[in-house]
Design a protein around this ligand. Sequence first.
Ligand SMILES: [Zn+2]
Length: 320
Amino acid sequence: MTRITRRRLGLGLATVAALAATPLSGMAQSDRSKVALPTISRRKVGKVEITALSDGFVDIPIGVFTGAPTPEIEKAFARHFARRPDGTYRLGFTQWLVDDGDRLVLIDSGYAGATKTTGHLADVLTVLGVEAKDIDAVLITHMHDDHTSGLVTPEGTHAFPNADVFIHRDDVAYFTDETRAAAAPDILKRSFAVGKQVAALPRLQRYDGERSLTAAISAVDLRGHTPGHMGYRISDGGESLMIVGDALFHPAIHPGRTDIGIAFEPDPAAAAAMRRKLFPRAAEEQALLAATHMPFPGFGRIVREKDGLLWAPADWELSG
Ligand SMILES: [Zn+2]
């Protein structure tokens, strides 16, 4: 264990103890259910520690998915007991903290305070004893605002002042294009607005193609969901985990249906091509994946069964 890890662990336990001792104990029973519990799951890849952190959720209409008639997609969600009575489903937002013993890397930054039910990332980091200034790098899978909003403080400054921010060059170019911003549909307007703020941050590193970003993390080409959508492969000691961002949304549709995408995708054909390439390859490699919006913590594998490709959630990694 590194010095940094021990320090964080100590602070984390103290914070949890403080949370347990003060606010909850004074609460009426009815208030307890309103406390947003820290949502955390940790696993190891070799010696690298990966902690999945939830920023919260939004209930979104199933009609936001494209490529098949909405009633057909609603039926698929209902079969998974994931369709809510009002035709929505609960979309979660996961980020990952990667500690390789040397550097502390955050992958994606969440939706922040864009809705009432998101913006928990900062509190979850606090529970772990991690302060914003401790983060050495932030890797962004793509520039939709549910992945970038946490990078910018309400004052417009860098939320992680000591972190280099890595984003594929094509996403930075796309989401700072004034002509595209002006023509963007309403659901994408905020991504362009946040994108402009992100592009102005100090320490932004635009990168090209597949490359190594830290000793344990390399960028993987998953372009298609957006022009610069990238995955991040974490490897150590012969093990690996691939963060695949928005390649998969929910087991009701992915990996089974590569033709189903989401309205946020500027080029649906490119998004479908990315899924057609990634899903069978991941099944063949039995690759451990992590996806932003798959049910928390979103670790799992794509497996081939006689009916096609299915999602097999990874066992929760218990440790003592
Ligand atoms: Zn997303």
